[in-house]
Design a protein around this ligand. Structure first.
Ligand SMILES: Cc1cc2nc3c(=O)[nH]c(=O)nc-3n(C[C@H](O)[C@H](O)[C@H](O)COP(=O)(O)OP(=O)(O)OC[C@H]3O[C@@H](n4cnc5c(N)ncnc54)[C@H](O)[C@@H]3O)c2cc1C
Length: 460
């Protein structure tokens, strides 16, 4: 049995930094990874998809050449080169994480599947490791729901998508949320016919209705087909292709295409970890139950990142690391509940989101003020020829603090931070109105926008 001060299972977005933090403090730490270093974000999530989104954006822009005063001739997409660019970005990052960990003094890197043997021992490659502190950062994977025909047809998910170097003729994407929407727009821009099949009555159902509607308009304008209310999805083989059965309120009951991407949610990688041997409790979906400081029910075991069900993003996983590291090394008392919801949807134009949705504000029953402004009236957006979308902000009528914002438009993923930082400062929105912003930017409109705050409608 080999003893360490700490064991980290998984090299996702929290694990490597935590291992390095222990090592820097002179503690012996082992980090175990069973697959590629860097985990989902680096290998099958953010980095490859945003690299592909960038290719799709450039291709789309080239097709719009005439609007900007140039001509290119026919724009031909070389999907193998698009993939090679993506592969390079992922490999660079994954190798960087591995080299960093292997080059860190006091850090032992082990490749293999980790499994708890007891509350303070882990087995990997038949070797038993022991530590007083164990950190689980095992992430999540694409869910495969038990739908009729699922075992009869080949389908892709975000991981297997990384290997395709051809253009599906007609791509059916099951799931109209964040992952599905990004792939839908990018493959449409690469040249596939694309249909999104969504069970719910609208796309990205967790957003406000006006956001869902605007996103739908943006992707439909590029020729993506959207089938909503697909209550009873089934899959079947068709001559040289696949069919997705949809019980829709309107339209054909079946969509026939060449390939299917399943983008219907994630499940945590916790079932093969031997958690029972350690007595670590999970919820009914397999997420590890943690307290506000990310400790499990077993003292000495923490769970960080997607596997604890408290985030689902790279930045939430990294923030988990910051919380745990500050609490352990700096005697701080940081808590998950102190963080403000923030994320982006990387279609073009992107959606930057922070804080509460309108629906959540309404549900909270508080008195609020709100404003909404079309991107078409933002000078910078107009100059760039990217005027789709809108910005909207909600503030508390009494405290004047910002409650939430949705910036759907060019630069929306960046502009939202103007609001997010003020929210963390717990400052009133009026401080933004005293700030001088740079012209011409999208962010410069935020102070002007706030002048238009009106009582928040109490009903939709
Ligand atoms: C298509 C897609 C696009 C995304 N885009 C974004 C985005 O733009 N922005 C964003 O913020 N988030 C995005 N995400 C989400 C983001 O990728 C994840 O939230 C993030 O990677 C989670 O990190 P993590 O630290 O929880 O674990 P992961 O990155 O999933 O890493 C877990 C690691 O643990 C390893 N592991 C698992 N079990 C074991 C075991 N028993 N033994 C040893 N090793 C094990 C795995 O191999 C993996 O390497 C995207 C996700 C997807 C699927």
């Amino acid at each position: 049995m080999t003893h360490f001060d700490a064991i980290v299972i998984g090299s996702g977005q929290a694990g490597p930094s935590l291992a390095a933090r222990f090592a820097a403090a002179g503690k012996g730490v082992a980090i175990i990874e069973r697959h590629k270093f860097g985990g989902t974000c680096v290998n099958t999530g953010c980095i490859p998809t945003k690299t592909l989104v960038a290719s799709a954006y450039a291709i789309h822009d080239a097709r719009r050449g005439a609007e900007y005063g140039f001509s290119t001739g026919e724009v031909r997409v070389d999907i193998k080169r698009v993939k090679a660019r993506k592969d390079e970005a992922s490999a660079r990052s994954s190798k960087g994480v591995e080299a960093w960990l292997r080059g860190t003094a006091n850090c032992t890197v082990i490749q293999g599947q980790a499994r708890f043997q007891s509350l303070n021992t882990v087995v990997v490659n038949d070797e038993v490791l022991q530590a007083e502190k164990i950190f689980i950062n095992v992430g999540a994977r694409a869910a495969v729901p038990e739908m009729p025909g699922i075992h009869d047809v080949p389908f892709l998910n975000n991981s297997s998508m990384m290997d395709i170097d051809f253009l599906p003729e007609h791509f059916i994407i099951v799931g109209g949320s964040y992952v599905g929407l990004e792939f839908a727009q990018m493959y449409r821009r690469f040249g596939s016919e694309v249909t999104i099949v969504e069970m719910g009555p609208r796309l990205i159902g967790r957003e406000d209705e006006d956001v869902s509607q605007a996103v739908r308009e943006i992707i439909e304008a590029e020729g993506v087909h959207v089938r909503l209310n697909a209550k009873c999805i089934s899959l079947a083989k068709r001559d040289g292709g696949v069919a997705v059965g949809v019980t829709c309120e309107e339209g054909s009951p079946e969509v026939v295409g060449s390939h299917i991407l399943l983008a219907v949610g994630r499940i945590p990688n916790t079932s093969d970890l031997g958690l029972d041997n350690a007595g670590v409790v999970t919820d009914h979906r397999g997420y590890i139950v943690v307290d506000d400081e990310l400790q499990t029910n077993v003292p000495g075991i923490w769970a960080l990142g997607d596997c604890n069900g408290r985030g689902g993003f790279t930045h939430t996983s990294y923030n988990d690391y910051e919380i745990v590291a500050d609490n352990l090394f700096n005697a701080d008392h940081r808590r998950v509940s102190d963080r403000i919801q923030a994320y982006a949807l990387y279609i073009d134009p992107p959606l930057g989101r922070c804080g509460m949705t309108d629906a959540e504000v309404r549900k909270s029953g508080r008195r609020a003020l709100a404003v909404k402004y079309p991107m078409a009236r933002v000078s910078r957006a107009y100059e760039k020829g990217e005027t789709q979308g809108f910005m909207k902000i909600t503030v508390d009528a009494e405290t004047k603090q910002i409650l939430g914002a949705a910036i759907l438009g060019v630069g929306g993923d960046e502009v939202v931070h103007v609001l997010l930082d003020v929210m963390y400062a717990k400052a009133p929105y009026t401080v933004i109105q005293r700030a001088m912003h740079i012209h011409p930017t999208v962010a410069e409109l935020v102070p002007t926008l706030l002048e238009g705050l009106k009582p928040f409608p109490s009903a939709p």
